[in-house]
Design a protein around this ligand. Structure first.
Ligand SMILES: Cc1ncc(C[n+]2csc(CCOP(=O)(O)OP(=O)(O)O)c2C)c(N)n1
Ligand code: SF4
Ligand SMILES: [Mg+2]
Length: 281
């Protein structure tokens, strides 16, 4: 069985990130993924430290810029399992544009968003998912922006796997992580992750009182039903797979990549290269 090491972290005691890291380790081990063939990518933030705390390959980039790097790594080497573990700010704010266009490309990567509804690392400013009216040290009169709905946006943008889970429910989170990693194409899991230091509203209690499991009454292949469920985010918050659709991924849509194998193993004709180089001279 595959075995992964995790390392000492700089997270606050009680942070929801600990459970996400443990679930990620368990999911990769239970899927039997070889750690040398796994890449975890992230940008900047508390969540974005995850690649530094687990024994896989890692990419730590600029704030909001992990998705293009992760996509490029998967395109260059399809043998890699590529996972992005990063925050709500990194994914939906600074990286918001990449979020939408990564979905459209549908490269086979997995995106785990540690959604604590706050900018944790920079000590608690409003993020794209912070609730309206939420007072912070900067938004002293309360956040006046309408919160972004990431799961609704992902479905509307064409994502084929869209789920939500909760770091306070490790069994559920591990199961969803395994399904997301196994999905062929871009998969999003928005993970409710309490920030015990800088978000005193969306606490463990807050989420525990609201989350409920999507059951067989919900058909994740029904897009309209998924859209409706994804808009529920108040007194009741559904967790589970909101939307599921099998569709061709980036490799299958690309005539060169669809032949299989990492790019570095492909034969390249000198004639084709010369022709390309002369175009730029
Ligand atoms: C381009 C850029 N803008 C702003 C910052 C400052 N900054 C660093 S982390 C961060 C917030 C991260 O929030 P999130 O992605 O939600 O992660 P969390 O710390 O909450 O896990 C910000 C604004 C930066 N490093 N680079
Ligand atoms: S500031 Fe919040 S998100 Fe960051 S480590 Fe502490 S509890 Fe976790
Ligand atoms: Mg955050």
């Amino acid at each position: 069985m595959a075995h992964y090491q995790t390392y000492e972290t700089a997270w606050c005691p009680g942070c929801g990130n600990f459970s996400i890291l443990r679930c990620l380790k368990t999911a990769l081990e239970e899927l039997g993924k070889d750690p040398t063939k796994v890449l975890i990518a992230a940008g900047i933030g508390q969540a974005a430290k995850t690649p530094q705390y687990i024994s896989t390959n890692s990419f730590c980039g600029l704030h909001g810029r992990s998705l293009p790097a992760a996509s490029a790594a998967k395109i260059a080497n399809e043998e890699l399992t590529v996972i992005v573990n990063t925050g709500d700010g990194d994914s939906y704010g600074e990286g918001g544009n990449h979020f939408i266009h990564t979905i459209r490309r549908n490269v086979d990567i997995t995106h785990f968003v540690h959604d604590n509804q706050i900018y944790g690392l920079t000590k608690g400013q409003a993020s794209p998912t912070t609730s309206e009216g939420h007072k912070t040290a900067v938004q002293t009169y309360g956040n006046r922006n309408t919160p972004l709905n990431p799961v609704l946006l992902a479905i509307a943008s064409g994502a084929g796997f869209v789920a939500r889970s909760f770091s306070g429910d490790p069994q559920h989170l591990t199961t969803i992580m395994k399904q997301a990693i196994s999905y062929k194409g871009y998969a999003l899991v928005d993970i409710l992750q309490p920030c015990v230091s800088f978000n005193k509203i969306n606490t463990y209690r807050y989420y525990k009182d609201r989350v409920y499991y999507l059951d067989e009454d919900h058909d994740p292949t029904d897009k309209m039903a998924a859209i409706q469920k994804s808009m529920e985010f108040d007194d009741h918050i559904p967790i589970g797979i909101l939307y599921y659709e099998e569709k061709p991924d980036f490799h299958q849509k690309n005539p060169i990549l669809s032949k299989g194998g990492p790019l570095y193993q492909k034969n390249c004709s000198k004639k084709d290269l010369e022709h390309l180089i002369t175009e730029f001279i």
